[in-house]
Design a protein around this ligand. Structure first.
Ligand code: UN1
Length: 512
């Protein structure tokens, strides 16, 4: 198990305890509130950072605004070249950064490496994109006129990220925002500030080597107060927020109040339909990884299995057996499947969800509980559990960020799809079936209402090339691949008259 202090040194951040960074400049000693980063792995404090004051926040925003004047003039493919170098720097730091992600956040080392790989992938995607920020051309109704559209950068992009993907989701936003010509101000989760500082340090070295203006990548540490400042700040042209639906509603209301732009990626309540025609062995891997990966703390975590009555008992038995084989423990030990929850508040939320589920009539076929003993001294390790429930239970309608898997039985596919859609959230969904008719019905307009709908793979582990996000209380935003870059730009329609007269559109006559 790696020595974390040497990892911090390797990442060049052992002596950094900032409240903000504008690039090469890190905040001086401050009297802000101290935020301790505690590892859920062993309950030890890793390091401390500070809450930025409003004055420091303002300094960061004005630095970012002035950087925008320079950065937006750099040609997009040249901006892409900087992002390419960032991707290379991430490749070099993959092991160290992935390990810190695992230690600070608690996900398995494999998933920590996977998260850094997602960052590398989005950098590669953004580099290609930097030559493809395409607009359309249209035919004008007037002679000797040309009409087209072009995309310009927005300005300052505020990024509010969550603890569960402490670095990848920032990079989805930042890599695209940068090639589009924006500058970024990042407010990471106060539960995982160190991985953010490590990323800021890596990008800062790339920027320094290329003489990039101070302020293109900024970091502000702090609690929700910083998020509120950003949401209410008209100098922040786009607020991209990932987290709970409660947080998203507050951000959306504040940003809408100033008619600003927001991009929201909020909670999920993702289900897999296991059909009578499913390959059950394949389904088992998808369901178990989906439910217990990242200890049930992905927004794409599989929370519900909607299982056909004819395979229900058989599949339940397979699940119970598989859960019996799960190894829970230090996520840095690659032998373990499941690490801890982020903190003891999350453990309490897990316990109270189990109680609520029981009170509503849920029957646990794999019992939950908090693990104790030397190996679990942080108090954050819990047992992944499984309950038989009905979809309408209040607790089943709610996203509990923990490894609690709900089983629901169905008879007809229409009913299964209605159950799958019958929750407030709409992020990810899947069907396991070898039956083409069922798969196509699930993907049709009458099928899944989610932003992501898969066939024969689980709900989590999306690739960066697709647009990522979902409907309803998931917030409607799309990040990452496809044409999500458009969120970071403003569209301008241009009509150019190269004739010698000035004809009006719609044939309107106006003679002087
Ligand atoms: C999240 O949990 O906020 O699809 C993001 C996945 C990952 C990203 C999850 N690629 O599970």
């Amino acid at each position: 198990i790696p020595d974390i202090q040497s990892i911090l040194k390797q990442l060049g951040i052992a002596s950094l305890n900032p409240s903000y960074s504008t690039g090469s400049k890190w905040s001086p000693a401050t009297d802000g509130k101290q935020i301790d980063s505690m590892s859920p792995v062993d309950g030890k404090k890793i390091a401390s950072v500070y809450t930025a004051s409003e004055q420091e926040y303002n300094h960061v925003i004005t630095t970012a605004q002035s950087a925008f004047k320079h950065w937006s003039k750099v040609p997009a493919p040249k901006r892409g070249e900087i992002v390419r170098q960032f991707g290379d720097a991430l490749r070099k730091n993959k092991e160290a950064l992935g390990t810190l992600v695992s230690y600070e956040m608690g996900k398995s080392l494999q998933e920590g490496f996977g998260e850094v790989q997602e960052m590398i992938d989005i950098c590669d995607f953004a580099v290609g994109l930097s030559r493809q920020l395409y607009g359309l051309t249209m035919h004008s109704e007037r002679p000797s006129h040309r009409m087209y559209e072009q995309w310009h950068p927005l300005g300052v992009v505020g990024i509010i990220s969550a603890f569960n993907f402490p670095v990848a989701v920032w990079s989805w936003n930042a890599a695209l925002a940068w090639v589009c010509g924006n500058v970024c101000v990042w407010k990471p989760s106060e539960k995982t500030p160190l991985t953010a500082i490590a990323c800021q340090h890596i990008i800062q070295e790339v920027f320094e080597a290329n003489d990039i203006h101070e302020g293109v990548s900024c970091l502000v540490t702090g609690d929700r107060h910083i998020g509120e400042l950003m949401s209410n700040d008209k100098r922040v042209d786009l607020v991209s927020a990932t987290g709970s639906t409660r947080m998203g509603k507050a951000v959306a209301a504040a940003v809408a109040g100033r008619l600003g732009k927001s991009l929201l990626e909020l909670g999920g309540n993702n289900a897999i339909i296991i059909s009578k025609d499913a390959d059950l062995d394949m389904s088992l891997i998808g369901a178990v990884f989906g439910a217990v990966g990242t200890a049930g703390q992905r927004c794409t975590t599989t929370r519900r299995l909607i299982i056909h009555e004819s395979v229900y008992e058989n599949f339940k038995a397979k699940l119970v057996k598989a859960y019996g084989q799960l190894r829970i423990g230090n996520p840095l030990d690659q032998h373990n499947h499941v690490g801890p929850l982020i903190d003891t508040d999350a453990v309490n939320a897990y316990l109270s969800s189990i109680e609520k589920c029981k009170a509503e009539g849920g029957k646990f076929v794999v019992e939950g509980g908090v693990l104790s003993g030397d190996a679990y001294s942080s108090g954050c390790y819990v047992k992944p559990c499984i309950a038989e429930v009905e979809n309408h239970y209040e607790i089943v309608q709610h996203e509990t960020f923990a490894p609690i898997l709900y089983l629901i039985k169905y008879k007809e596919l229409d009913e299964a799809i209605a159950l799958q859609n019958g929750v407030p959230q709409g992020l990810s969904s899947a069907i396991m079936t070898l039956n083409l008719r069922e798969a196509e019905q699930f993907l049709s307009a009458q099928g899944s209402d989610c932003g992501i709908a898969n066939v024969n793979i689980g709900t989590s582990g999306a690739e960066i090339g697709g647009a990522f996000g979902g409907e309803k209380e998931t917030g409607g935003g799309r990040e990452s691949g496809s044409d999500a870059w458009r969120n970071y730009m403003r569209r301008q329609t241009n009509t150019i008259n190269y004739s010698t007269t000035l004809p009006l559109a719609q044939g309107i006559k106006f003679d002087l």
